[in-house]
Design a protein around this ligand. Structure first.
Ligand code: ATP
Length: 296
């Protein structure tokens, strides 16, 4: 048995451009890893398989595919093909899931990143980080970041990554939505509503990241051009955004619909978590992390 873990993420800043001829959107994304993480344990088996253990609400766990479409199995196939392994032996994946599913927090991507590390070890492939990052980019735009972790600036389709200096720790209240959103569907709505930014500019994301390392307030924190598209798809999401948790405004992560609230003060975050629960929301307390995916 081999286990690996990989962090969830929020986007501290997310600006999306128009659809490119490649079929992808250009983005400027300030990725931030979180303490909530996935743990994937792989073991040799008679057939490919998935099991999930989780304390998340049942509607989240139910969204995880248990067949070969699961990104853990896709990651193993991609690794086998990269390493020239013609007949990869079937593996079982046990996913310990903490990251909300279809929530804009890269839970599937974290599973893929953890699977790449665990399978690399279990099969004795000895691929280095650079090779794993290459395979990660073929699996999804957020998978390379899940491997890298910490704080990073993403550009291009999101897979061009630059690791940045760690920010001062933030405590976060994540307000879950009972609805899930498929990233592709939110981008389709985004295109339909013509929300794409004409000229993407990395400089605002860079200055936000710099301010966050020094604890300086910056109004760009939480800007996300996907928000209008997600609001058009999830009735009730505005209520989560409007919540007054007394730690500032709510912001959407990635393509949504998870909403996050941030503070540097842990007791304030704990009180905010209680306020969200009192208002009838399912919410999680976590904080930012400087870690990426790793074998455990
Ligand atoms: P991202 O932020 O990377 O765009 P997300 O966090 O919004 O993604 P995920 O939790 O990764 O969304 O799930 C998106 C979809 O991926 C799920 O609805 C499910 O159909 C599919 N999926 C495949 N494998 C997994 C997995 N291991 N865990 C969760 N979802 C998976």
């Amino acid at each position: 048995m081999t286990s690996a873990t990989a962090p969830g993420k929020i986007n501290l800043f997310f600006e999306v451009g128009g659809l490119q001829p490649s079929g992808y959107h250009d983005v400027v994304s300030l990725y931030q890893a979180l303490e909530i993480h996935e743990t994937v344990t792989v073991s040799a088996s008679d057939s490919w398989g998935i099991s999930v253990v989780s304390d998340l609400p049942e509607e989240h766990v139910a969204r995880v595919p248990k067949d070969e479409s699961n990104i853990c199995i896709q990651a193993a196939y991609a690794l086998a093909s990269y390493a020239g392994k013609a007949t990869p032996e079937p593996m079982h994946f046990e996913i310990n899931k903490q990251i909300p599913v279809a929530g804009g927090m890269a839970g599937g991507s974290a599973d893929a990143a953890a699977s790449l590390l665990a399978i690399n070890q279990a099969w004795g492939l000895n691929l280095d980080r650079a090779a794993l990052l290459e395979v990660a980019a073929t699996l999804g735009a957020d998978v390379p970041f899940s491997l890298m972790g910490g704080t990073a600036l993403g550009s291009g389709s999101g897979i061009r990554l630059e690791q940045l200096e760690p920010i001062l720790q933030l405590h976060l209240v994540l307000v879950l939505s009972p609805a899930g959103l498929e990233t592709g569907a939110v981008f389709a709505k985004f295109d339909e509503l013509q929300l794409g930014i004409k000229l993407l500019d990395e400089s605002r994301a860079r200055s936000l990241a710099k301010d966050l390392t020094a604890g300086i307030q910056n109004p760009a924190l939480g800007e996300n051009t996907m928000t209008m598209a997600a609001l058009a798809m999830v009735p009730g999401l505005q209520d989560s955004l409007n919540l007054d948790l007394r730690i500032g405004a709510g912001h959407m992560s990635g393509s949504g619909p998870t909403i996050w609230f941030a503070t540097r003060n842990l007791p304030s975050a704990q009180r905010a978590l209680q306020r969200a629960a009192d208002a009838g929301h399912k919410a999680i307390l976590t904080s930012t992390s400087n870690l990426g995916a790793r074998l455990i």
